[in-house]
Write a protein that binds this ligand. Structure first.
Ligand SMILES: [Mg+2]
Length: 217
């Protein structure tokens, strides 16, 4: 159980946490390779293998989620492709009720994401979750990905959250570890980030699967 009475600031991740990561896995691992194969006139398997290797090199960097970087590098209009598929973006069950609960409890809600601002815009327009949040902070605003301890230090300067009275909810253990190292007191891991993958639980931090379980009545 989360000690909500000790928490004022709720820092919440977008992809995999509020939204089903299946969309992103499908987009990057299947849809983009398909379009890249067409563009380069190579086989789908060859395109996929090449792209997965390219992605891997950019993990934990700002390029990883930078749609403009990948558009340029791959010669594909990634933003237009995301807009085309936007009706496949899905919210995890129970998210709206949970965000309502936090609003009722007068928590300050902050969306904290590595996603590119253009991606955030497309997904928020599609899901209508934006009005729940007081602020949105992306890693490109800070210039560091959330996996870096420095991100949380600089984020504190921007947001004025109090780390002793904050909770971070994220599906990425490396992100949680960086925030924990910085001193954010309450850390919660979202398991079942993708509806189509095995639900890996965190070995380090408390994990939850269903948002309903976080609401104390
Ligand atoms: Mg995430």
């Amino acid at each position: 159980m989360v000690p909500w009475n000790k928490i004022k600031f709720a820092l919440i991740d977008m992809d995999g946490t509020l939204l089903d990561r299946y969309f992103d896995d499908y987009f990057w691992e299947e849809y983009v390779p398909e379009k890249y194969a067409e563009l380069k006139r190579i086989s789908y398997d060859k395109a996929r293998k090449k792209l997965l290797a390219m992605y891997k090199k950019e993990e934990k960097t700002l390029n990883w989620t930078d749609v403009l970087y990948w558009s340029e590098r791959l010669g594909l209009d990634i933003v237009a492709m995301k807009i085309k598929l936007r009706n496949q973006v899905r919210i995890h069950p129970g998210v709206e009720a949970f965000l309502h609960f936090l609003r009722d409890q007068k928590k300050e809600l902050i969306l904290v994401t590595n996603a590119h601002p253009r991606t955030v815009q497309i997904k928020m327009e599609q899901t209508l979750l934006l009005p729940y949040f007081h602020t949105v902070l992306t890693s490109s605003d800070i210039g560091l990905p959330k996996e870096e301890v420095g991100f949380w230090r600089d984020a504190e300067n921007v947001l004025n959250y109090e780390k002793e009275r904050s909770i971070l909810i994220d599906d990425n253990e490396n992100v949680l570890l960086a925030a924990h190292t910085y001193g954010i007191k309450h850390i919660l891991h979202k398991s079942a980030a993708s509806s189509r993958k095995v639900h890996e639980r965190s070995e380090i931090f408390p994990s939850f699967k269903r948002f309903d379980d976080l609401i104390s009545r």
